[in-house]
Design a protein around this ligand. Structure first.
Ligand code: FAD
Length: 487
């Protein structure tokens, strides 16, 4: 089998893609772009004919902003969102973040989900990914050489790998028979955007009075409000919520329905918490909500998915380009499964802390007190923002396995040098070399770099893969992460 990188012969010969991605949500779009950095042919198949139009505001946390900066996307993303302080997200406990968080991008960016999705899709398209809409994946079969992907209209396509980025109800995960253990949803919440019939001051005063978890009315401007209210009394979960459901629930909690009318969109979400048993089944992988679901407390889901894509992209590209060390692709599960497990754990804890029962309320008060200790607050913020992640690369200094923050270099800043998605040898000794790996790893000799180690090797996802000053040791680690040297 060979893969074609040009579209020229597409009508004549059956096209074989390097990678087919099911789902063009934020995870699928990010993955497509990451693969295209390495000239891997990518087709994204998306079920919906049009991009999502509802305006749910999501928060991009620090690590996601760092990823955007590492690929030159931050300038595009920032003007489309609203900067907010990084703190106050763990169970919505309103503690400000410590001032010296270890990042050049220590804030949160609130941005409508369709806007970030569109930006990521545009980025993938610009890099040469193909996106076909209205094409749901319905079947798959894999053999030693690739995957046959079946679409709803019976068309069959071929690729070397398939990645299911097709969301919480993932068809790909279902077809693989991968288990999705965890807890079903127990509490449902209604969320929507609508106009109100009373003045803003009246709403603000009423909302301030009520201490119920999962309840808010937040102004979006022009008389439109984001409304969140528990769905306890709404019985039929299979049906989409109605305006009447919102009104009834608001009256039950606030004693008034605030005259809500003209909804833009209405939805319901639960607190189901589940994690795929494995992220890789031969030539088929899972990422994003297809691999993990949890309640939206802390606003982590989209961030987690985009970060999965960032971890997987260069590894899958290496596999396809033929230089991947044998175990590289399996490190995707080894690294990302525990990260998702930790997110599921923290959302379980946060859900407990938002309960209005006296016990959880007492624990919440205690935790609020504990967060006055800088280290406690910092620990929780590093969890939510994903800057505290340390992959297990074996014994070594604390920085090994962590992501490196953006730092100043003699010639600009570090993240500005990472746009191409290659590895980087950052060398203060000026006597080391990336030698036979120079087609995969850039070398920057800079004695002025803001580092307190002599030299380090960064993977394309910005995690520190080696620290030291010995060329032979470096060569061993270059081989470990980037395969055999060329030539
Ligand atoms: C109320 C609420 C608030 C949230 N707030 C935040 C927040 O503040 N921060 C945050 O990080 N996250 C937040 N999230 C979570 C976030 O929305 C999701 O985690 C994120 O959308 C997951 O992205 P994804 O690309 O993995 O999956 P999705 O966004 O679900 O995308 C999957 C795509 O696959 C397509 N698809 C499905 N089946 C098929 C098929 N068979 N073939 C082809 N395509 C298919 C779908 O149409 C869809 O476009 C929130 C979620 C909710 C419900």
């Amino acid at each position: 089998m060979h893969s074609q990188h040009s579209t020229a012969g597409a009508d004549r010969a059956p096209r074989v893609f390097d990678v087919i991605i099911a789902g063009c949500g934020p995870t699928g779009a990010m993955l497509a772009a990451e693969l295209r950095l390495h000239d891997v042919s990518v087709l994204v198949l998306e079920k919906e004919t049009e991009p999502a139009s509802f305006v749910r505001i999501v928060g991009l946390h620090i690590r996601s902003l760092e990823l955007m900066a590492m690929r030159g996307l931050l300038e595009r993303v920032l003007p489309r969102g609203r900067r907010r302080p990084a703190g106050g997200f763990f169970a919505a406990i309103p503690k400000p973040a410590p001032e010296d968080l270890d990042s050049a991008y220590a804030y949160l960016l609130g941005i409508p989900q369709p806007v970030i999705e569109r930006l990521l899709e545009e980025h993938a398209l610009e890099l040469g990914a193909q996106v076909r809409r209205g094409r749901p994946v319905t079947g798959l079969e894999q053999d030693e050489e690739g995957v046959t992907v079946e679409l709803a209209d019976g068309e069959r396509l071929r690729s070397r790998y398939l990645v299911g980025c097709d969301g919480a109800r993932s068809t790909v995960r279902g077809l693989l028979g991968v288990g999705f253990p965890g807890e079903p949803s127990r509490t449902d919440t209604l969320m929507g955007e609508m106009r109100v019939g009373v003045p803003p001051e009246e709403i603000a005063a009423k909302v301030a009075e009520i201490s119920v978890s999962r309840f808010w009315l937040r102004p979006f401007g022009e008389g439109v409000y984001s409304v969140l209210v528990p769905a306890a009394g709404v019985s039929d979960r299979a049906e989409p919520p109605t305006l009447e459901d919102f009104k009834r629930q608001l009256r039950a909690i606030a004693g008034t329905d605030f005259g809500v009318h003209s909804p833009r969109w209405m939805s319901r979400f639960g607190d189901a918490t589940r994690l795929a048993e494995r992220y890789r089944t031969g030539r088929v992988l899972l990422a994003g909500d297809a691999a993990h679901i949890h309640p939206p407390t802390g606003g982590q889901g989209l961030n987690l998915g985009v970060q999965d894509a960032f971890n997987l992209g260069w590894k899958l590209a290496a596999q396809i380009r033929g230089w991947a060390p044998e175990t590289l692709l399996d490190t995707y599960h080894a690294e990302r499964h525990p990260v998702a497990e930790a997110v599921l754990e923290n959302t379980r804890a946060q859900m407990e802390l938002t309960s209005t029962e006296p016990g959880p309320q007492a624990v919440r008060r205690l935790l609020t007190e504990l967060m006055d200790f800088d280290q406690v607050n910092r620990h929780l913020i590093e969890k939510i923002t994903a800057i505290g992640i340390r992959y297990d690369f074996g014994a070594g200094p604390d920085l090994l396995g962590r992501r490196l923050r953006d730092i100043e270099l003699g010639q600009g800043h570090l993240y500005g040098l990472l746009h191409s998605g290659r590895g980087l040898l950052l060398d203060r000794t000026e006597r080391l070399t990336a030698g036979g790996w120079s087609d995969r790893v850039d070398h920057l000799a800079d004695p002025t770099a803001e580092l307190d180690v002599p030299c380090l090797l960064l993977r394309p996802d910005g995690h520190v893969a080696w620290i030291g000053d010995d060329q032979q040791d470096l060569n061993d680690h270059l081989t470990r992460w980037f395969g055999k040297p060329a030539g």
